[in-house]
Write a protein of this length. Structure first.
Length: 107
C-alpha cells in the first residue's frame, strides 16, 4: 500500500516537473538559446507528461540547436533520422528550410 502511495506521489511530482521544465525552456528556446533548443528537442524526442513524443519537432529543434552551435545536437539529429519515415524526414527538412529563410529577430 505504501509503495502504491509513494509511486502516485512520484508521478504527480514528475508530471509537475515536466510541465514546469517545458514552460521554462520554451521561451528560452524561442529566444535562440541553443541549450534550451537542445533541451526542448530532447523532450520531444523522448516524450514526457508535458509533451507527446514528436520526432519531427525533435529533429527540427536539434537542427536549430546545431546551427546555433550546440555541441551534440547534430549527433542527436543523425540518431533520430533513421526513425523518421520518408515523408516525416521531408517534412522536417522543409520546416528547417523555411526557418533558414526567416531572419532572426533581435531580442
Amino acid at each position: 500500500m505504501i509503495k502504491k502511495i509513494l509511486n502516485s506521489i512520484k508521478g504527480v511530482y514528475k508530471n509537475r516537473f515536466d510541465t514546469l521544465a517545458y514552460r521554462d525552456v520554451l521561451p528560452l528556446a524561442e529566444r535562440g538559446r541553443p541549450d534550451a533548443q537542445y533541451a526542448l528537442a530532447k523532450m520531444y524526442e523522448t516524450g514526457n507528461s508535458a509533451v507527446k513524443q514528436d520526432l519531427i519537432n525533435a529533429y527540427v529543434l536539434y537542427a536549430v540547436a546545431a546551427a546555433n552551435g550546440m555541441d551534440g545536437a547534430s549527433t542527436r539529429m543523425r540518431a533520430i533520422e533513421p526513425m523518421l519515415l520518408a515523408e516525416q524526414y521531408q517534412e522536417a527538412n522543409e520546416i528547417i528550410r523555411r526557418l533558414t529563410l526567416v531572419k532572426p529577430s533581435s531580442v
